[in-house]
Write a protein that binds this ligand. Sequence first.
Ligand SMILES: Cc1cc2nc3c(=O)[nH]c(=O)nc-3n(C[C@H](O)[C@H](O)[C@H](O)COP(=O)(O)OP(=O)(O)OC[C@H]3O[C@@H](n4cnc5c(N)ncnc54)[C@H](O)[C@@H]3O)c2cc1C
Length: 499
Amino acid sequence: MTTATSPSARSARRDLRVLVVGAGMSGILSAIQLREAGFDDVVVYEKADRLGGTWRENTYPGIACDVPSHLYSYSFAPNPEWSHRFSPGAEIQAYLEDVAHRYGVDARIRFGREVTGARFDRGRWHLEFADGARDVGDVVIAATGVLHHPNVPDLPGMDGFEGALFHSARWEHDVPLDGRRVGVVGTGSSAIQIASALVDRVAELVLFQRTPQWIAPVQNLAYGEEEKAEFRRRPEAMQALRDEISRAFIEGFANVLVDADSPLLGVIHEACVANLENSVKDPVLREKLRPDYRATCKRLVMSEDFYDAIQRPNARLAIEGIERIEPGGVRTRDGRLHELDVLVLATGFRVDRFVRPMRVAGRDGVALDDVWKQGPFAYMAISVPGFPNFFMLNGPNAPVGNFSLIDVAELQLGYILQLLEPVRAGAGDEISVSAEAMARFDAERQEAARRTIWASGCRSWYLDARGLPTAWPWSFDRFREGMSAPCFEDFEMRRRGAP
Ligand SMILES: Cc1cc2nc3c(=O)[nH]c(=O)nc-3n(C[C@H](O)[C@H](O)[C@H](O)COP(=O)(O)OP(=O)(O)OC[C@H]3O[C@@H](n4cnc5c(N)ncnc54)[C@H](O)[C@@H]3O)c2cc1C
């Protein structure tokens, strides 16, 4: 843990009070990196009573990362103890808690503090909390999470279900599962992990599929004691592994998603087709599981055991569509009642709820909700015109492909720290992207978005209300390059109180 700034340079700088909202992976990162950059006045507000965000909230059976663990780790805190290539969620939660503790972040977090309002007034940000408390600071970093608000479908009759019904991100651990009849709604990564983990425990498993998914074959091997000992002894071996995985992911995956014509996408598609053909014996089931869009158009699901799970005698795939929920189970459109004791909604998240329901008002009281009426957007995924010193991590238009969002957040934070340098040096007080740069960026982004694989003809959470992908539509290399040095001409710097 080094301090990037010398004491004399630090004393020449103004102290800025930074208010971070959210203590998930991005908020913890912010607290660590801000301190290392010499920011001494940093507070992290977290509405829950524990840090971890995604990994605190998602505790469903089978939860694991689908980006290799040695890549899904902070670059500055490698972890020789990962148990698997794709380690379980509880291990990730423990890792985040351990890193926060080791880097002294937990002392900066105020738990049980939900930020309900953030108002920019006379050059400073005024936060309001659900309990009526207030705070004032110079900078706000919104690390509120993109996959945070559960998407709960409005299925007719849901309230009358006599069994247990809950969203995958709100798992009810006191509900018994062994030997019971369990339904899972959805076919995203969570649903696939849950179905695979539960099939051997339950009497019956029914997977309600609206859209089939391409499944990429992966092997989730355990790291043996010898490998872990080697990582402990030789951290450079762990770093080499991370570099190798990172290169493979970026070159073979992240960079190609943004070019729907890339031949590499064809290779990924064929691997998924072969996985389906080779794994699913029954031709009727195989066709039910076969998507009619290209692999990676939706977020690619990685699984080593889903096809096995869905072929078990006690598993059933229901593709007819849900008509309604009845007290005893789920009635599908073919008239069949699937009798169930437990119904899990693995129906994803409201990605358009980023930052919300917090009310954010920028310069002249302009509400972020009004600016984002057509959907959230941000210049370089970080700044919005008229919202000075307000920055987002893993927010709108950020990269979301199947790679480590920890990498994304680290790059973004490095960019934010550079944006704050002139403010700390006293060159101005308030920095935000100019309206012109925002408009230019968004026009280019929309144009590029049309060429990505995500726009190749499927329905997914990557798309906005107009059907346009919202994610970073260029290569990961371009993202990294863009984050390496802000283009300051695209930003407006003002003195406090200047018109
Ligand atoms: C099941 C699942 C599996 C995933 N697997 C991967 C993976 O393999 N690889 C990968 O890169 N990504 C994965 N992700 C994405 C994952 O969300 C990110 O990697 C990362 O954990 C996000 O961290 P975050 O801090 O940005 O957001 P979050 O983890 O969502 O944390 C946001 C925090 O902000 C708090 N908060 C929100 N609003 C307020 C408020 N108004 N006031 C105070 N506190 C607030 C929340 O309580 C939460 O603690 C997965 C997501 C899910 C749901």
